[in-house]
Design a protein. Sequence first.
Length: 326
Amino acid sequence: MSHSPFPISIPRQRRGSAILLLLLSVLLLLAACTQPGEVAVASSGDAPIRVVTTIGMITDVARNVGGEHVEVTGLMGAGVDPHLYKATESDVNRLLNAQIIFYNGLFLESRMEDVFAQIAESKPAIAVGEAVPVAERLASPQYAEHFDPHIWMDVKNWQMVAEKIRDELIAFDPAHEADYRSNTAAYLAQLQELEAWVQEQVKTVPEQQRLLVTAHDAFHYFAKGYDFSVYAPQGISTESEAGVEDIRRTIDIVVEQNIPAIFVESSVPPDVVEAIVEGARARGHEIRIGGSLFSDAMGEDGTPEGTYIGMIRHNVGTITSALRGE
Ligand SMILES: [Zn+2]
């Protein structure tokens, strides 16, 4: 496991979100005043449950599990970096209007934690990442007392998340329990198939070549689940930037270990990875950018990579073919 060279403290950006939080408090109060007697437990009638989610991976699971009984609004689309994302005014309105909120937690959406904490007082706001048992979570290499939030990189974790979302929807809307169970069983079967495919693909890369170098540290669960090593000059959150020394150290590693390819990420600017490629080439090591991986955001809606399963297939296909030297 790599360790970030930047043991920095967490910028909480409290001041920036203070006004939004105040707005939220007022709106919550108004909502409470104008809807006396309405309880959070739904759903009479067959109007779909209004679900709001953060990252696309969670949006996708919630749609698969909830099926026709939910209307899911995802706040973060393709290319959006959840580490840096702040709730906009229209997000706050969506959150207020939601009946259930699913977010990753484990400090992924670090700038929305206060908003979720406040919302959780009036409706279910669930950190689905907590479905992964503590013993199986990885420590953040960067922030003491935090876990690495990038749990979706191991399909086995995402199966637990699907079950968590199923259980929360059943608790909220017991009338449709049978549907939630059958939707989830069907989706889990697809995830099981995906897991088997990933296991098969990673075996095609010789063991000594299983080193994944990316800009930021999103792939530790992938490494743990599929027997890779990872190295990232930028650390686990994109809030810290890679410095000259981090880049030089990464160049040493790719040259010494004769790594044929490193990877950019769809939600992180490519300049750090480009600098590593340039530096390694200047030392006579032939290396290329092996492709773009989806780390903290999925692809565009309507493309295969705009689904969790398609995103994982893309990443694994890209990583394994580039590291085999193809
Ligand atoms: Zn990340």
